[in-house]
Design a binder for this molecule. Structure first.
Ligand code: HEC
Ligand code: HEC
Length: 377
């Protein structure tokens, strides 16, 4: 297999243009007015000087006689007490009213923050980090044009590497798994490291803002189901036994069609396929041995039969995917969270998540079909 390197240039993020000329000028004018005014005031003050106004004995405030007792205990007292009563009423009525409104005020503030985060994430997605260039507007999927290099690092050809749709990415990955991909990128692919820990230009906060935005563009489940069913019909037209009936179908079974979904059509940037990670060259339309291994392990020659002694254990793995640091299968190696889960939404039911448990990549039947296909590889 030839080594793949990618030529990428990261755009500079968030360069704010200073539009300062007019406000600087106004600032200088104000500064001049203040300085000149001050100088004039000092000058006039010195010229005028101070005349003696009278003896302190008569003029000091505490020497002047004040109101008599009758006056103090009459209307003046009433007025003061009345004023106190009004203030008390304000505290007694207005404060509880304010408290009543407080929970919804806080909710609105939180929603306002959330909206702001989504807005910042959207700006990064489309402009600042230009995710949309490869993953498409609104995360519909697309391609990354990149150079294919051979083992010696020499240019072989320009290729279009499928970039998976992200409007379903929270169907298959937890937010933390998405965060890790953004932080460190995908080795040996055009997906660069965007987080500062991976050497990229974005802060953790910006990555979470992007994830907030991704959350906001996840498609409804029925729309996804329909589009997958249509793609299956167009590329396979399966019968009841799960065999493809399309006269010139490239695939024999539903399982094979699912494994390669989007190979020639670019459907969802290959987001629903397994081949993009398990078949070398799949992502740029030049697939080698199906399931022969690429980013994901080799699945051929009975590998999955050894790893998953029972069909059910393999179904469970495809359903849940790999979790970071959690061992799976017979040889008990820990996954790194790259293998997506196809039948379980890791974000459904999470606090603050808008996702529902039916938002999954595949139906149980589709998982079964793909497992059957893999066990025959
Ligand atoms: C130069 C093109 C390019 C840019 C820009 C880019 N990506 Fe990617 N991204 C890819 C490709 C290609 C893959 C698939 C890599 C592979 O085949 O394993 C990918 C994979 C991903 C994945 C993993 C999804 C999955 O299902 O495997 C996520 C999440 C992701 N990108 C998010 C982003 C975000 C967010 C940005 C912007 C900060 C971004 N990408 C910018 C090309 C790009
Ligand atoms: C984004 C890349 C990616 C995609 C897409 C993907 N896989 Fe994987 N797969 C992996 C990785 C990586 C592993 C190794 C476990 C880990 O670290 O996540 C793996 C492991 C596996 C294993 C266990 C193999 C072993 O011997 O340990 C099976 C089986 C498997 N994947 C099947 C599938 C099927 C079926 C699909 C499609 C429905 C699929 N994969 C889609 C990356 C992927």
């Amino acid at each position: 297999m030839s080594a793949i390197a990618t030529s990428l240039s990261l755009p500079v993020v968030g360069q704010a243009e200073a539009t300062s000329t007019s406000s600087t000028a106004i600032g200088w004018v104000l500064f001049a007015v203040v300085i000149i005014g001050f100088a004039i005031a000092v000058f006039l003050n010195m010229r005028r000087g101070r005349k003696e106004v009278g003896a302190e004995l008569e003029l000091a405030a505490n020497r002047r006689p004040y109101l008599s007792d009758e006056e103090l205990e009459g209307r003046k007292l009433d007025r003061t007490l009345g004023f106190g009563l009004v203030l008390l009423a304000i505290v007694g009525v207005a404060l509880p009213l304010y408290w009543l409104g407080e929970p919804s005020r806080q909710e609105n503030a939180a929603a306002g923050f959330e909206e702001q985060f989504v807005g910042r994430g959207e700006e990064l997605y489309n402009v600042g980090a230009q995710c949309a260039n490869c993953h498409g507007p609104n995360g519909v999927g697309g391609v990354a044009q990149t150079s294919l290099l051979n083992d010696r690092g020499e240019f072989v050809s320009l290729i279009n590497w499928q970039a998976p749709a992200l409007n379903t990415v929270l169907y298959r990955y937890s937010e933390q798994e998405v965060f890790d991909v953004l932080q460190y990128g995908r080795a040996q692919s055009p997906m660069a490291a965007w987080g500062s820990k991976g050497g990229g230009p974005l802060t953790d906060q910006q990555l979470w803002n992007i994830i907030d935005y991704l959350q906001s563009i996840q498609l409804p489940a029925d729309e996804v189901r329909e589009s997958v069913a249509k793609e299956l019909a167009d590329t396979c037209a399966p019968d009841d036994a799960g065999l493809c009936t399309l006269p010139d179908a490239e695939f024999a079974t539903v399982g094979e069609a699912m494994f390669n979904m989007g190979l020639n059509t670019g459907f969802a940037g290959g987001a629903f396929s397994c081949g993009r990670c398990h078949t070398a060259g799949w992502s740029w339309g030049d697939p080698g041995v199906a399931g022969g291994g690429a980013l994901g392990p080799n699945l051929t020659n009975g590998a999955t039969l050894r790893q998953f002694p029972t069909v059910q254990s393999q179904i469970d793995f495809i359903t849940e995917g790999a979790e970071i640091g959690k061992a799976y299968g017979a040889n008990g190696q820990a996954g790194d969270g790259t293998m997506p889960g196809y039948g379980l939404n890791p974000n459904a039911g999470e606090p603050g998540s808008l996702m529902s448990p039916d938002q999954t990549m595949y139906t149980p039947d589709q998982i079964r079909a793909v497992v059957d296909y893999e066990r025959g590889m």
